[in-house]
Ligand binder design. Structure first.
Ligand SMILES: Cc1cc2nc3c(=O)[nH]c(=O)nc-3n(C[C@H](O)[C@H](O)[C@H](O)COP(=O)(O)OP(=O)(O)OC[C@H]3O[C@@H](n4cnc5c(N)ncnc54)[C@H](O)[C@@H]3O)c2cc1C
Length: 443
């Protein structure tokens, strides 16, 4: 069978590429070897954010009730895991149905490159021909470098556990490790977090201190500068100085690209960080595009929202457009409580201003005063950077993302009448702060 486009991988990047192309009338096949929806739906964003929400409510509802004068008692039950599985299955199935609804064909099979123009669907024992190929095979936990990794579980499995372990050791102080540590500590596990240097080393010292204090408050024992030598059976982690004991070890030690077998047959260049692509997401073989976690990216973290944009761009370029991917305004969110969200290029900012949420009326009403909105501007007074620590930073960062993308002048931003009282109001106050116009703060 011959297709205009074969897409390998039915995750965030693959599904949008396939749908875009099929809606324009191309004959498209998507091969997915596990579950449609990929990592984000099946063992990434959806599972972890569901558990984040649950652990947030469980840990904070009594205090929130107390604040408002309500008496709220919360009891944790194992149904939370059933509910998470239900949401994951619903979204995975929706992903497959959306692909089929667009007119593309969706098959469950591993795919390998057979020749310059052919893909082998190994589970179906079938070969298909393509005119264009999109590789959207994502990434997997990179654990093999840790001796005894087979006695541990990886981050993808950690967010899909169906119980709360009593003693968990998390190895890795990046986004995933920190999020998993806080979630399970809040659900009742006793958690030790071991990291090679410091936790969340890529974020600002201010933001890190908030997370450090929050983890400490939730009872997570943080051990920084610990080099893990080996994982032993029965939940033991041996470091250079000490042996730590738990009943389950989670390795959140980074990810590696999933390079499909036979890629070398296409002359596509890649290395340990992923497939090399140009701005249009074309690989070194002009008939082959790649998108999502499998590609080598500059300075941004690999996330679902940039994978989605890349899938769209790869598809549009196959359709004859000339769209380039831009990484200067990809927001990043850490789903801890408080949340941390960052967008833009801190290195391009010449001046910063930070507005505290404790001076924001809506945050005061809400009883969620922890955190701040920080903006950074360049020499032309244009917004190039935003950083938020606080409740719902995941939503607030989107407005700043638009402003950074549009290179908005900070003075003009000061006159935008955002709803008052709202937490977003803090963004406008931060903008006003550059000219000492943020009247809500004591000076
Ligand atoms: C715990 C965790 C939490 C996360 N939270 C967030 C978050 O909150 N927000 C966010 O934006 N991102 C988050 N991410 C990252 C996000 O999940 C990924 O960036 C995103 O899924 C990448 O999309 P993708 O399409 O490149 O790859 P994937 O979604 O991984 O899809 C690739 C698909 O290709 C399939 N595949 C691989 N090889 C083959 C083959 N040879 N043949 C056929 N099929 C193949 C795989 O089975 C997979 O389904 C999280 C990740 C993890 C692990």
């Amino acid at each position: 069978m011959k297709y205009d486009v074969v897409v390998i991988g039915g995750g965030s990047a693959g599904y949008i590429a396939a749908i875009t192309l099929a809606r324009k009338g191309l004959k498209v096949l998507v091969a997915e070897k596990k579950k449609f929806g990929g990592t984000c739906v099946n063992n990434g964003c959806v599972s972890s954010i569901f558990l984040y929400d649950t652990s947030f409510l469980f840990a904070r509802l009594p205090d929130i009730g107390n604040y408002y004068g309500l008496d709220i008692n919360v009891k944790l039950t194992n149904s939370i895991f059933n509910k998470r599985n239900e949401i994951v299955d619903y979204l995975s199935e929706a992903g497959r149905k959306l692909i089929e609804n667009s007119g593309a064909e969706a098959v469950l099979s591993n795919a390998e490159i057979k020749s310059e123009r052919e893909v082998r669907l190994t589970d179906l024992d079938k070969d298909v021909e393509f005119n264009w190929l999109i590789i959207a095979t994502g990434s997997s936990p990179d654990v093999e470098g840790v001796k005894g990794y087979e006695y541990a579980i990886d981050e993808d499995r950690a967010v899909n556990l169906n119980y709360t372990p009593s003693d968990m050791i998390v190895v890795g102080g990046g986004y995933a490790g920190v999020e998993i540590a806080q979630i399970y500590a809040r659900l009742g596990s006793s958690v030790k977090l071991l990291t090679r240097s410091k936790i969340l080393k890529e974020i600002s010292d201010d933001a890190r201190q908030y997370i450090y204090d929050a983890l400490d408050f939730d009872g997570v024992d943080i051990y920084e500068n610990r080099k893990v030598k080996e994982i032993m059976p029965g939940g033991k982690v041996v470091t250079e100085d000490e042996t730590y004991e738990g009943d389950i070890v989670v390795l959140a030690t980074g990810r590696k690209p999933n390079i499909p077998r036979g890629l070398c047959r296409l002359g596509v260049e890649y290395d340990d960080d992923g497939i090399v692509v140009d701005k249009n997401l074309r690989t070194t073989n002009p008939r082959v595009f790649a998108a999502g976690d499998v590609i080598k990216k500059p300075y941004v973290r690999k996330t679902a929202h940039i994978a989605i944009v890349e899938g769209l761009i790869a598809a549009l370029n196959i359709l004859g457009k000339n769209v380039g991917v831009e990484y200067d305004y990809v927001p990043q969110v850490i789903y801890t409580d408080p949340q941390v969200a960052v967008v833009g290029r801190e290195d391009k900012a010449k001046k910063f201003y930070k507005f505290p949420l404790s001076a924001n009326t809506r945050a005061i009403i809400h009883g969620m005063r922890d955190g701040y909105v920080k903006l950074g501007i360049n020499e032309d007074n244009r917004l190039v950077y935003g950083e938020i620590v606080g409740y719902n930073a995941e939503e607030l960062i989107n407005s700043i993302t638009l402003a950074v993308k549009m290179k908005v002048n900070v003075e003009e931003l000061s006159f935008v009448p955002l709803v008052h009282p709202s937490i977003s109001d803090a963004i406008i106050n931060a903008a006003r702060g550059f000219n000492n116009l943020d009247a809500d703060v004591f000076k």
